[in-house]
Ligand binder design. Structure first.
Ligand SMILES: [Zn+2]
Length: 191
């Protein structure tokens, strides 16, 4: 069961993920981290959300995610794919998960800064076919985004929580590009 707000914004069809997927692709492109490879998306009934890194397949739990949770999840999972596609190998789990959580956080921040409900330039398309509510940012979504950011910042699991905190501090200090370069060379976050 779900409350009305959750129900209204929940994703119940894989096609509903496609606009979000394209937004996340544009998010990475905007950071000069283009992910060209088409990554298959699957909705699953329940269980563990994870990416099948060997096939670059991404699983999203059916019904639960709304645009905010699905977007933050996709930003995270697509960073795993980006790391693989760009030759980042044998990273310590807290470094890999940490930087993926950082990308999720950055997406949430950008998303909330945009008025339209989409952090990509919407002027390029006059199409009204995009199924999610584009021109309104509901209070529900804002609260949810704040909660997602809070969860990332206060994660208790060492790999995710500590990884995020270390990674985000490094990104604030050195910038994302420098941190990524450092990880590639040293396989750890800069101090
Ligand atoms: Zn991950």
């Amino acid at each position: 069961m779900s409350c009305l707000e959750c129900f209204e914004s929940s994703i119940m069809d894989i096609d509903e993920c496609q606009p979000i997927y394209r937004d996340i692709q544009k998010f990475y492109k905007g950071l000069n981290m283009e992910i060209d490879q088409k990554i298959p998306l699957h909705l699953v009934e329940s269980g563990v959300i994870h990416s099948k890194l060997c096939n670059y397949e991404i699983y999203i739990i059916f019904f639960l995610p709304c645009r905010i949770t699905a977007g933050s999840l996709l930003a995270h999972e697509m960073m795993h794919a980006w790391l693989r596609l760009n030759g980042y190998k044998m990273l310590d789990p807290h470094v890999e998960e940490g930087i993926c959580c950082v990308m999720s956080y950055i997406w949430l921040e950008l998303e909330m800064k945009s008025d339209s409900g989409s952090n990509v330039a919407s002027s390029s398309s006059s199409s009204s076919s995009i199924p999610y509510r584009k021109n309104q940012r509901s209070m529900f979504e804002r609260k949810l985004a704040e909660y997602c950011k809070y969860s990332l910042k206060n994660g208790k699991l060492p790999i995710y929580g500590d990884g995020f905190r270390e990674g985000y501090a490094a990104v604030l200090k050195y910038g994302l590009k420098n941190v990524l370069n450092h990880i590639k060379l040293k396989r750890r976050f800069p101090c």
